[in-house]
Write a protein that binds this ligand. Structure first.
Ligand code: COD
Ligand code: ZN
Length: 374
């Protein structure tokens, strides 16, 4: 291949500092070292977590950085020792790696990998260097994947090879939004048929949780958002009731408890706010209720301990509980077999140069997922 072993110059969106718009620049992407894979990104979604980073509210990220973690692409070249993918393979870079060696990777009950950002920052590749430079400056990676670059370099154990027939402009959503929300219902909560659920936040992640509750056979799915424009899509995807906390004088947890008698069996928080995390917890029934926190907040939470004392379970989820390298290819195969369809989540498709417009649409509540195409 003509580019293998060479530095590639390409387009990327650089976040030079928190709070500033992204800057589309020409960057240099060094070839992959041993154990690494260089990927030509074809499509990438914009997730609210990228915006959280720009606001400075995700831990351990270092600027300047190339964000983006919901991408799909084609392997351009591989470093020494890489055996699981080859140039030309379609792949999804994985923000949650699966090293296969740490104690969690070896535990069949767990999907967390100790190489993930919450254990060791993923701002540089494992050898503690970056493959990105721009205007002579080193640019940091973001959770290793940095999909807002036409080419990116990722460790082999953070890459999933997928079916050659997969449409990259759709399956990029497996990189975060769909996998996270759908898996929160299926794997983390283990929603049972006939149960009642409440999903707080109807973005790409929350709507995927609605889809997961429906697929698991929930009888009632209460969708909660302050933006009523999200309700039509929530209903299309399986919500039975849609409620706006601003339409009620009393706290939304009281409304949900009255609607269901005791509170729901399962609740999900897909917003990333302290108050909605507590409201979601209090919305599930006091004894067997399970509440799953999907969002991340940078503020601490104080709760009345009796919320848990009576038996409720409060859980978090990372990447929807999927062991990433192992499960993503299977999920892509199920998508190709039309076992589920999340295409409705993609509300906008934009050329990569319009990345800031994509963020504006997200902030204004006008998009679910914008997919950027290189
Ligand atoms: N009450 C009800 N709904 C609200 C409220 C509120 N007080 N505030 C906002 N909302 C709604 C918004 O109107 C919007 O519809 C929805 O909540 C949020 O949707 P999006 O599209 O902005 O966000 P997503 O779906 O792209 O992302 C949600 C996350 C929870 C994943 C994200 O915000 C987050 O916390 N990310 C960090 C967690 C993480 O790292 N997850 C794994 C990989 S991203
Ligand atoms: Zn995300």
């Amino acid at each position: 291949m003509a580019t293998a072993g060479k530095v590639i110059k390409c387009k990327a969106a650089v976040a030079w500092a928190p709070g500033k718009p992204l800057s589309v620049e020409e960057v240099e992407v060094a070839p992959p070292k041993a154990g690494e894979v260089r990927i030509k990104i074809v499509a990438t979604g914009i997730c609210h977590s990228d915006d959280h980073v720009l606001k400075g509210s995700l831990p351990n990220v270092e600027f300047p950085v190339i964000l983006g973690h919901e991408g799909a692409g084609i392997v351009e070249s591989i470093g020494a020792g890489v055996t699981s993918v080859k140039p030309g393979d379609k792949v999804i870079p994985l923000c949650l790696p699966q090293c296969g060696e740490c104690s969690y990777c070896r535990n069949p009950e767990s999907n967390y990998c100790q190489k993930f950002h919450f254990s060791e920052p993923q701002n540089l590749l494992p050898d503690k260097t970056s493959r990105f430079t721009c205007k002579g400056k080193q640019i940091h990676h973001f959770v290793w994947v940095s999909t807002f670059s036409e080419y990116t370099v990722v460790p082999e154990y953070a890459v999933a090879k997928i079916d050659a027939a997969a449409p990259l402009d759709k399956v990029c959503l497996f990189g975060c939004g769909f996998s996270t929300g759908y898996g929160a219902a299926i794997n983390t909560a283990k929603v049972k048929p006939g149960s009642t659920c409440a999903v707080f936040g109807l973005g790409g992640v929350g709507l995927s949780a609605v889809m997961g509750c429906k697929a698991a056979g929930a009888a009632r799915i209460i969708a909660v958002d302050i933006n009523k424009d999200k309700f039509a899509k929530a209903k299309e995807l399986g919500a039975t009731d849609c409620i706006n906390p601003r339409d009620f004088k009393k706290p939304i947890q009281e409304v949900i408890t009255e609607m269901t008698g005791q509170g729901v069996d399962y609740s999900f928080e897909a917003i990333g706010h302290r108050d909605t995390m507590i409201a979601a917890l209090a919305s599930c029934n006091m004894n067997t209720g399970v509440s799953v926190m999907i969002g991340v907040t940078d503020s601490e939470i104080t709760i009345d301990p009796t919320l848990l004392l009576t038996g409720r379970t409060w859980k978090g989820t990372m990447f929807g509980g999927w062991k990433s390298r192992e499960c993503i290819p299977k999920l892509v195969a199920s998508y190709l077999e039309k076992k589920f369809n999340f295409d409705l989540l993609i509300t906008h498709t934009l050329p990569f140069a319009k990345v800031n417009e994509g963020f504006e649409l997200l902030r204004a509540g006008k998009s679910i997922r914008s997919v950027l195409l290189f």
